[in-house]
Design a protein around this ligand. Structure first.
Ligand code: G4P
Length: 537
């Protein structure tokens, strides 16, 4: 099959939501429709979580939070769909943002009772920055939620995106009857069914909204349905696929994931309209997926897939050309050619060896410590993929070794965990004082747990006052005379020997900026270190 045909078959996306809106439930139902799993409840009963790609860590199970990002591939109606799952908890938002660099579109799940929540907004901001096409699924219509019009209004106002409902609910909660597909003129009857996928018999077709059959099928609700759809048509522009693909317009569906309701409609529309693998930006311009030479980038590193081994898996998004097993590829940062004898993909419950992979695919490469987030593999070229964000940590702890016989293990552990992007490591010289910085507090627990269980290293983590980590750029040493002279106790080096200033508070930062006017104080650095983007405030 030609490269272009392979590209056209693929759709790579992520489901994002505020925790508890129903992301896991929807994921499971999508797998059910694809035939990738046979029983509903597989995800909830933790079967998938235990055997495949997410939630391996004890800590996740204890806390019931999906800390890790998993990759699931499945086939549906001739398409190969790569679903990148993301942690919902805000303390792991960084992981989610990185994962979003590897997708081409997004499905946003919103709880009909709660409406737009804090994480919904934050995640959508990232999608808006990158102009990702977004489909919105309003979940839990079987509960007494907000009025649909009110929800749409809220979505537009707080997410800064135009919306267009493609289906419309009749009733909600205990009087929820089903949804009317505005474009196909079909009515999908709601049945509470948690274990089976929807039956085609439950979908009825009509000759437009005026069809009297509608009255006999849904009774007196038909009048309200007509009025509401008329209202919707007058408020919202027609659905335009180009606007959707440009990230300007989000089609909206209503349903109930736990009841398998509205999910098929969502999936069918998704495969019809969602984009194929898109071009991506590199340090030497845009890279088209159809470019013959293979290239891709690492957006996630996962340790300890199998708790008995200490191997890591680097997740690589294929961006162009064809990846082949056992072929030498150029690791740009290390300037080395490397081949991969055991690349893996992730089909629902299983991880399996693959011979090749195409743009849009996410493959797992066994990593003996050669990869960092943002690394690029090519067929010899030396460009790097851009746009993989690194966040400025806002919580800091000083690390002290608690077992003098295990200092090597601690060092190794800290190095590996920071390569994975779980935290950032800052060292102060002289003195070798080590501070780790994270975006969310919960990451400290994960670090401590993993250092102990994976590396046998125990440490104490003592919180230190830190406003944020600020990278300092300067042309010559005179530009930072005040910093090195008076503020040296707040100066550190990151793993790449860049100077990092960790002020106690906002005012210390401002004073340092005033006293060192020729230096730049920056946050948000990309993983391949090419760009420091924003001025620190
Ligand atoms: P998340 O991944 O976004 O965090 O959410 P998840 O799917 O775990 O769903 C959160 C809760 O919402 C679950 O209930 C789930 O069953 C419920 N839920 C999902 N979809 C629907 C829906 O359409 N209607 C209703 N009423 N509930 C829904 P739980 O009590 O936390 O777990 P469980 O005991 O049901 O397994």
């Amino acid at each position: 099959m030609s490269l272009q045909k392979e590209i056209n078959k693929r759709k790579t996306f992520a489901i994002i939501s505020h925790p508890d809106a129903g992301k896991t439930t929807l994921t499971e139902k999508l797998l059910l429709y694809s035939g990738a799993i046979q029983i509903a409840g597989a995800v909830k009963s933790n079967k998938i979580k235990k055997t495949a790609t997410s939630d391996f860590m004890e800590i996740e199970k204890q806390r019931g939070i999906s800390v890790t990002t998993s990759v699931l591939s499945f086939n549906y109606k001739g398409h190969i769909i790569n679903l990148l799952d993301t942690p919902g908890h805000k303390d792991f938002a960084e992981d989610t943002y990185r994962t979003l660099t590897a997708v081409d579109s997004v499905i946003l799940v919103v709880d009909s009772v709660k409406g737009v929540e804090e994480q919904t907004k934050k995640l959508m901001e990232v999608c808006r920055l990158r102009n990702y096409p977004v489909i919105i699924f309003i979940n839990k219509m079987d509960r007494e939620g907000k009025y649909p019009i009110e929800l749409l209004d809220e979505l537009e106002k707080s997410l800064d995106i135009n919306v267009r409902p493609l289906s419309w609910p009749v009733g909600m909660g205990s009087s929820f009857k089903g949804v009317y597909n505005i474009y196909k003129n079909t009515f999908n009857f709601f049945r509470s069914n948690k274990t089976q996928i929807e039956d085609e018999d439950e979908v009825k077709s009509f000759n437009g909204l005026e069809d009297p059959e509608i009255d006999s099928v849904i009774g007196h609700d038909a009048i309200r349905l007509r009025e509401e759809i008329e209202l919707v048509d007058s408020i919202y522009d027609n659905f335009d696929i180009k606007d959707y693909l440009d990230g300007m317009l989000a089609p909206v569906f209503f349903g109930s994931a736990v009841n398998n309701f509205g999910v098929k409609e969502l999936l069918d529309t998704f495969v019809e309209i969602a984009p194929h693998p898109l071009p991506r930006e590199t340090t030497s311009g845009m890279m088209e997926p159809a470019e013959e030479k293979f290239s891709g980038f690492v957006f996630k590193i996962h340790a300890n897939l199998d708790p008995r081994h200490r191997d890591r898996i680097a997740f690589l998004r294929v961006c162009s050309g064809k990846f082949e097993r056992n072929k030498f590829y150029h690791h740009v940062r290390l300037d080395r050619d490397i081949k991969f004898p055991n690349p893996a993909n992730f089909m629902a419950q299983d991880k399996s060896l693959i011979e090749d992979a195409f743009p849009g695919d996410v493959i797992g490469l066994y990593d003996s410590g050669i990869f960092k987030i943002g690394d690029t593999l090519t067929e010899g070229d030396s460009f790097m993929y851009k746009g993989i964000p690194r966040f400025s940590p806002e919580h800091f702890c000083e690390v002290r070794n608690a077992d003098p016989y295990k200092s090597k293990q601690l060092e190794k552990g800290l190095n590996q965990l920071t390569d994975e992007g779980l935290a950032q490591l800052f060292t102060q010289n002289p003195g070798q004082r080590k501070v780790i910085g994270v975006v969310g507090q919960l990451q400290f627990d994960v670090i401590k747990y993993r250092l102990l269980h994976e590396f046998g290293a125990s440490c104490t983590l003592s919180p230190i006052n830190g406003y944020k980590a600020v990278w300092v750029k300067y042309a010559n040493k005179d530009d930072i005379k005040d910093l090195t002279g008076f503020r040296y106790h707040c100066l550190f080096q990151d793993k790449n020997d860049n100077m990092v200033f960790i002020p106690d508070n906002k005012f210390t930062l401002q004073i340092a900026k005033d006293k060192n006017p020729n230096a730049q104080f920056l946050v948000s650095i990309e993983h391949n270190d090419s760009t420091l983007e924003m001025e620190a405030r």
